[in-house]
Design a protein around this ligand. Structure first.
Ligand SMILES: CC(=O)SCCNC(=O)CCNC(=O)[C@H](O)C(C)(C)COP(=O)(O)OP(=O)(O)OC[C@H]1O[C@@H](n2cnc3c(N)ncnc32)[C@H](O)[C@@H]1OP(=O)(O)O
Ligand SMILES: O=C([O-])CC(=O)C(=O)O
Length: 381
């Protein structure tokens, strides 16, 4: 067989330009539209970050006020969307619920076929505003609790927590949640964003691209890892058991969720900021045991494999402390990443080329279909 180089998983292959974010493993840094993500997390709100990703610049005061008031008026959930969610079993995975809800919104939106940049930006802002309602509605229905209407006097993150829990947590919690939304917002050509760009490259609509991206994010090698981290913590139970649990897991050739990264090989640029937020949550909720478990597993993994945590590792336990159901963690990632996905959809559309790589055939050589009596077109009549 002819030998050709294969770039399995497209590892290390640049496939296009992007001006949205820069992931640099050499300097362990991440820039959103040129700004270091740590500085963005320390000085901006998630609303400002969404604006930055879509429009390329941070908003001035007037632009921010206008953008915020627009987002706040779009937070409500139509009766039909609630009906579609209600029709799904309470046992459905929340990622399946979010994927279905977004798909339904797309099917019902008369603007779906309009693929102008303006119409698509409107759709992106609508999804951004509505996803907290969808995620909160689903967690509450599974707990047998009624929908909590959005409040237009609250920031994005404060309202998200309000709609999920029906009460407002302390400012410290809102801030930690906002930081997580900022850190999850954008990460260049990760698997779900690339999925969105592939779908967009066929000239399919924005909702199809976002629906596909949600499917890609669900997997535990990508966004599903934040949920999987918490399942591992539940198995380990306490710090003293972390090393022996890890040895058993590695012997069984299990992947340790929340560790490793396709691009960063020396630590994820976002982890220090999210870890600090998790530490604040562990102190706030008086759960030093969870922080001890976190540290014990991180140290054991470092000793055994030299592999460092990714963003999902601190985000999982932070969301757990805030009170989210474990299965809701990846939908939180969706609510944030919809900003990055849609920025990429707009970028792809603006300079489109159908994404269609090559494959190298390694099946059986060409052969002839055996001709048998009584078979063929005449027999099909
Ligand atoms: C926000 C995000 O989406 S970040 C990613 C979230 N995903 C996870 O946390 C899932 C766990 N991590 C992984 O599975 C991987 O690290 C990935 C998929 C993220 C990256 O994978 P790749 O870049 O393909 O790295 P690759 O799989 O080649 O790993 C290199 C080696 O490290 C090992 N390795 C990498 N990550 C892990 C891990 N989490 N647990 C155990 N071993 C690991 C691999 O088994 C491989 O070992 P080998 O050379 O002996 O076969
Ligand atoms: O970049 C990746 O491959 C995965 C990731 O960290 C993200 O999407 O945030």
């Amino acid at each position: 067989m002819e030998q050709q180089e294969i770039y399995k998983g497209l590892a290390g292959v640049p496939v296009d330009y992007t001006a949205i974010s820069k992931v640099n493993p050499e300097t362990n840094s991440l820039l959103y539209r040129g700004y270091p993500v740590q500085e963005v997390a320390a000085n901006c709100t998630f609303e400002e970050v969404a604006y930055l990703l879509w429009f390329g610049e941070l908003p001035d005061e007037g632009e921010l006020a206008e953008f915020e008031s627009r987002e706040r008026t779009l937070r409500g959930l139509d009766h039909e969307v609630k009906r579609v969610i209600d029709a799904l079993p309470a046992t459905s995975h929340p990622m399946d619920v979010v994927r279905t809800a977004v798909s339904f919104i797309g099917a019902a939106d008369p603007a779906t076929p309009d693929d102008s940049a303006e119409a698509n930006l409107d759709k992106a802002i609508r999804l951004f505003a509505k996803l907290p309602s969808i995620v909160a509605y689903d967690q509450r229905r599974r707990r047998g609790e009624a929908f909590v209407e959005p409040r237009d006097d609250l920031s994005y993150s404060a309202n998200f927590l309000w709609q999920t829990f029906g009460e407002l947590p302390d400012l410290e919690v809102v801030e930690a949640f906002d930081v997580s939304m900022i850190l999850y917002a954008e990460h260049s050509f990760n698997a779900s964003t690339f999925t969105a760009r592939v779908i967009t490259s066929t000239l399919a609509d924005l909702y199809s691209a976002v629906t596909g991206a949600i499917g890609a994010l669900k997997g535990p090698l990508h966004g599903g890892a934040n949920e999987a981290v918490m399942h591992a913590f539940a198995e380990i139970e306490r710090a003293e058991r972390a090393a022996s649990w890890l040895d058993e897991a590695l012997t069984a050739k299990r992947k340790i969720m929340g560790f490793g990264h396709r691009v960063y090989k020396n630590g994820d640029s976002r982890v220090p900021t999210m870890r600090a937020a998790f530490e604040r949550m562990a102190a706030h909720y008086e759960r030093p045991d969870l922080l001890e478990l976190y540290v014990a597993l991180e140290e054991a993994m470092g000793e055994r494999k030299g592999i460092k945590p990714n963003l999902d590792y601190p985000a999982g336990p932070a969301y757990h402390l805030m009170g989210f159901d474990t299965e809701t963690f990846t939908p939180l990632f969706v609510a944030s990443r919809v900003t990055g996905w849609t920025a990429h959809i707009l970028e792809q559309q603006a300079a489109n080329a159908l994404i269609r790589p090559l494959s190298v055939y390694n099946g059986v050589d060409q052969r002839q279909v055996p001709v048998r009596a009584g078979r063929g077109q005449a027999a099909a009549m």
